[in-house]
Every structure is written in C-alpha cells, then in structure tokens.
Design a protein around this ligand. Structure first.
Ligand SMILES: Nc1ncnc2c1ncn2[C@@H]1O[C@H](COP(=O)(O)OP(=O)(O)OP(=O)(O)O)[C@@H](O)[C@H]1O
Length: 230
C-alpha cells in the first residue's frame, strides 16, 4: 500500500519530461530522487501533488485515485471532491517552506483542517501541539514565520504538512539551505516520520543525504534513459 503511478507522461511544449513512467512509494519507505538538472524530478513531484496535470497515466494512493486512464491512455482526472480526498493523503514541504506569513505557526498548522471542516478547532490545536512538540518548536507556536530561523520554518512546514496524517510526504530539496549537521537532523526527523508508516519522497541534489537516508535511491537519469538514447 502506498502511492502508485503508472504510465505517467507529462509534456511541456510538446516535449516529454516524463514518458510512460511507472513509480511507487511504499508505506514507510524513503525514496530519494536524485539526478541531473532538468530531468523531471520536480515535475514528477508537482504532478503527484496536483500542481501540474499529467497528460497520460494513473496516479493513486491506496484506493484513492487522482487520475485514471481513458481507453486511449489519456489521464482522466477524478471529480473535485475525490481530488480533495486524494490531496489529503499527500503532503508537501516546499524548498522555500511557503508558510503563510500573516498567520502564526499554530494558525498555519490548523488552517487546512479547519478550512476543510475535517477537525474541530480543539482537535486541530491538539494535533498541532503534538506535531510541534515532535518537531521541537512548540515554544514558537504563537510567533509569525518571519521571526523563525530557516531550520525552524522548515520544522513548522513539516508539522503543517502532517496535520491530516498523510500517507505520503514529499520534500523538495530539504537540505539546500542547511549545513551538514542540520541536514542530518532533518534526515533523522524524516526517518522517524517514515517509521510511523508514512511513505516519503525526497527530491535532492545532496547525494550524501540521499544515500544516507534513502531506503531506495532513484536516479531520474535512469528513469528517463530514453532521453539519452534519443
Ligand atoms: N511550467 C513549465 N513550463 C515549461 N517547461 C517546464 C515547466 N516546468 C518544467 N519545465 C521543463 O521540464 C524539464 C524538467 O524540469 P524539472 O524542474 O522537473 O527538472 P529537475 O530534474 O527538477 O531539475 P532541477 O534539478 O534543476 O531542479 C525542464 O526542461 C524544464 O525546463
């Protein structure tokens, strides 16, 4: 159980960035995605997180589909309501964290579950307290993101991404702004999250990090080998 994408194709301006690509993330595994610049790592992550639309193929987390294939192989997206259900199974921590600057750390965490009426305020606050404690920044719950260090903003973003207990959590370049010690701390934090059964996808240029913390290292140079052939 986990994320499964089949036959994924994504074009920009008529050029395949992903072509007939099959990909899985099992529960509890940490997939680190490395590879040359421009080989489609970010595009894959964006397709899985509904920030780009696939042209062909299927994407599902457990039995929650994002898109199915038509008879012609085109990606057919499910209804808005079902897409929302899919979306709640996957979380993303952006390279620049993308916290709402006008909301406190606590407000950032409880915004989505309250907006979608998935929790009462008490439940959301309780969950946020638990996650911010796990991330070691509970004392920062009432401050605004601009007053936090980069590492603390990242922890807040991780806590926010876990509010709905996603089955899959994606990280875009989580160590790009960190020194080696802080990178290792983040890696250990991610390992703890994976131990609870969450499947992790990490796009990174940091090979040492990818090999230390990935339970499976995938190279986008390999999965896009047709580009080298053609
Ligand atoms: N919105 C877009 N419009 C047009 N082309 C795009 C768009 N997004 C990505 N591309 C192209 O798709 C290809 C793959 O880009 P992508 O960012 O996925 O690669 P990457 O492997 O993540 O690169 P990097 O390691 O440099 O971040 C590139 O050629 C890029 O120019």
């Amino acid at each position: 159980m986990g994320l499964k994408a089949t036959n994924l194709t994504k074009q920009f301006n008529g050029i395949d960035v992903l072509r007939n690509f099959d990909f899985t993330i099992e529960a509890g595994e940490i997939v680190t995605l490395v590879g040359k610049s421009g080989t489609g790592k970010t595009t894959l992550m964006r397709v899985l997180n509904q920030l780009e639309k696939a042209d062909n193929g299927t994407v599902a987390i457990d039995d929650h589909y994002l898109c199915n294939e038509t008879l012609e192989g085109k990606a057919e997206y499910v209804s808005k309501k079902e897409r929302m259900t899919y979306n709640n199974q996957i979380g993303m921590v952006f390279q620049d964290y993308q916290l709402f600057p006008n909301l406190t750390v606590m407000e950032n965490c409880i915004e989505a579950p309250l907006d979608q009426k998935l929790m009462t305020k008490e439940q959301a606050v309780e969950k946020a307290v638990q996650l911010l404690t796990q991330m070691g920044i509970l004392d920062k719950k009432d401050v605004y993101p601009s007053t936090l260090s980069g590492g603390q903003q990242q922890r807040a973003a991780i806590a926010r991404s876990m509010m709905l207990n996603p089955k899959i959590l994606c990280f875009d370049e989580p160590t790009s702004a960190l020194d080696r010690d802080s990178s290792n701390e983040v890696g250990k934090m991610i390992q703890t999250i994976a131990l609870s059964g969450t499947g992790i996808l990490i796009v990174t240029h940091d090979l040492e990090f990818a090999e230390t913390f990935g339970t499976r290292v995938v190279s986008s140079d390999e999965f896009l080998s047709y580009k080298i052939e053609s």
